[in-house]
Design a binder for this molecule. Structure first.
Ligand code: ATP
Ligand code: MG
Ligand code: MG
Length: 590
């Protein structure tokens, strides 16, 4: 395989490695290290990245970009990527989401086991250290307990044009702050009565440095620590500490956090100066998040779609979640290919949904066996069949499972099926009055039944409403595919079909985009008003007999229709269910 394309992060890492910046981090040796690093005995990882989801929902395609990036960099540079649950927010988090995230990362093909250790961490396991770090800041005069109301605090923060104003609590003594902070911890104050704030600069042009909150009171049960704590660290305080304790070298996040970087450095500089954390400290780098057209990637909004029943669950095949994409028929390889193709930059942009679909098509083209499926069945009767072959005759036919199988792989066995007097064809493969250029069935025209004989249309039967109920044709003898006479009659089209005798009836779910707007989430739009009412159409189809052995998650190309997957949840041999993963051609521009 070709080496991955370079990007600004790879350049930074290569530069750091060339300078030997982490030689010390590899082998330990700084005073704070032995006591506080979270990763066990230091291993020979050359770099350390992390993927730090909050377990408050299922992962989506945006997270996949971050996963491929962080795990990919660790893999390519002899490092390790930690899977860390950023579980500092007690109310929204749940074990169900922890399990779902572990499944998703593993399914995408990444592993957090390295150098004999499982690098799976929970931010909540650092709560003791975080509390100690907070007391240290208080002792240094770098933090204070503020008891203003939230409204007063907001009013004094100022805005872009106006510097903030100091809190009246800002000048409390160290002793008073320590005592009050301990009271917060002991549960003596109700929710919202006080927060611990960093003492930095209320006039800073960067609003994130105007004495940001470090700890808040929340009398709430936490999924991992139960009722042990009633104060919880804020994300901005917790995250740099998590990175430092795990000896992360490159802490990669999305651009929204660029303004937080000065605080990230402020905090770690002070903790390192006090010997609480090891050096070299982690550095934060930002990249542009993935924005994908026709897709919403906010866990909160996705949860709303689930909770209100707009979709059937987190794994609904229309969801941009990893579990949804998986059930839709996406492969880990296709998602990885997509992430590689979109690259990593610092430029805000939108990626076309068709780029994701293109990656799936490219991955499945050489993997997914072909099959014939008739999605809108119309019966075709071969009126001279009995005269030619005798009543009840079934002619065995076959077609390759993978017509373009890679040269270096053994070709799979062909699919076998039979042709008899009656077959199912697509309703729109017949018309009485052909428009210009129509090459399929119409009276007196000839087509090939793919893998079978050439036939000539002789007419049709209609019901009282004029709806065609049956098409009639006669077989041209000695024209079967693969026999010497196959080319004796030239035709302009081959149509797909399934025999009435051996076709299998199946439920086929035809999915389309969930939203009608390319940016349903942007510029104050209400995504709930932009739902596509046709995002799911269910049809009763007839599929070829080779699909009788399809197992859940097996993928196929239904010839002329697209790629389909046997539904992982509901497909059974008794009740086959196939989901449209992606059409054969890009139809988004239409
Ligand atoms: P959401 O807003 O959907 O809850 P989040 O960013 O709050 O997403 P986290 O669980 O905190 O979700 O995200 C874990 C990691 O995934 C973070 O490092 C974040 O930068 C990254 N991430 C989340 N969304 C995207 C995206 N659209 N593109 C790239 N990376 C993303
Ligand atoms: Mg988050
Ligand atoms: Mg977010």
């Amino acid at each position: 395989p070709s080496p991955p394309p370079s990007n600004f992060l790879r350049q930074i890492i290569e530069h750091d490695l060339a300078e030997g910046k982490f030689a010390q981090a590899r082998w330990g040796g700084s005073p704070g290290d032995a006591a506080h690093h979270a990763t066990g005995p230091l291993d020979p990882a050359r770099i350390r990245t992390r993927f730090p989801p909050e377990p408050n929902g299922y992962l989506h395609i945006g997270h996949a970009k971050s996963i491929c990036l962080n795990f990919g960099l660790a893999r390519d540079y002899g490092g390790v990527c930690h899977l860390r649950f950023d579980d500092t927010n007690p109310e929204k988090e749940d074990q169900e989401y922890v399990d779902g995230i572990i499944d998703a990362v593993r399914w995408l093909g990444f592993d957090w086991h390295a150098f004999g250790t499982e690098h799976l961490y929970y931010a909540s396991s650092y709560f003791d250290f975080m509390y100690r770090a907070a007391e240290y800041l208080i002792e240094q005069g770098l933090a204070y307990v503020d008891e203003q109301t939230p409204e007063e605090m907001r009013a004094r923060r100022g805005d872009f044009a106006t510097p903030g104003v100091d809190s009246p609590y800002r000048t409390r003594s160290v002793a008073e702050n320590l005592a009050r902070f301990r009271q917060m911890k002991e549960g003596e104050l109700p929710d919202g009565a006080a927060v611990l704030r960093a003492r930095i600069d209320m006039a800073s042009p960067n609003i994130n440095l105007r004495d940001p909150a470090l700890y808040r009171i929340k009398h709430a049960a936490h999924h991992a620590t139960g009722m042990r704590w009633c104060i919880y660290p804020m994300y901005t305080f917790a995250h740099p500490i998590e990175d430092a304790l795990e000896r992360i070298t490159h802490s990669i996040c999305t651009l929204e956090f660029e303004d937080q970087r000065p605080f990230y450095d402020w905090l770690l500089d002070h903790l390192a100066a006090g010997g609480l954390i090891a050096t070299p400290q982690p550095r934060q780098y930002e990249f542009a998040r993935l924005n994908l057209t026709y897709v919403v990637t906010s866990k909160r909004k996705l949860k709303h779609l689930v909770d209100t029943g707009i979709v059937q669950g987190w794994d609904d095949p229309r969801m941009p979640t990893i579990v949804g994409l998986r059930r839709r028929g996406y492969t880990p390889e296709a998602i990885q290919l997509f992430c590689e193709r979109i690259g990593v930059t610092k430029d805000y942009s939108w990626i076309e949904y068709s780029a994701l679909e293109g990656a799936l098509r490219d991955d499945l083209e050489h993997k997914a066996p072909r099959a014939m499926a008739v999605l809108e069945p119309l019966k075709l009767v071969l009126t001279n069949w009995d005269d030619l072959f005798g009543a009840g005759h079934l002619e065995p036919c076959e077609l390759p499972a993978l017509p373009h199988a890679p040269q270096d792989q053994p070709a799979p066995p062909p699919r076998r099926f039979t042709l008899g007097k009656e077959v199912w064809i697509e309703r729109d493969d017949f018309t009485e009055l052909p428009p210009k250029g129509y090459k399929r069935l119409f009276p007196s025209n000839r087509v090939r039944l793919k893998g079978g004989f050439v036939i000539e249309c002789t007419g049709c039967v209609k019901d009282a409403n004029g709806q065609v109920t049956e098409v009639h044709a006669s077989v041209l003898p000695d024209t079967k595919s693969g026999t010497p006479g196959a080319d004796s009659v030239k035709v302009k089209a081959a149509i797909t079909w399934v025999g009435v005798a051996d076709g299998i009836s199946a439920e086929v779910r035809l999915y389309d985009r969930l939203f009608t707007d390319a940016q349903p989430d942007a510029g104050g739009k209400d995504f709930l008003q932009l739902l596509n009412p046709q995002s799911l159409r269910v049809v009763q189809a007839i599929v070829e007999p080779s699909l009788a052995t399809a197992r859940p998650d097996d993928k196929f190309q239904f010839e002329r229709h697209g790629y389909f997957v046997a539904d992982r949840v509901e497909h059974t041999p008794q009740h086959p269910v196939f989901n449209l993963a992606v059409g054969l051609k890009d139809s988004w521009g239409k």
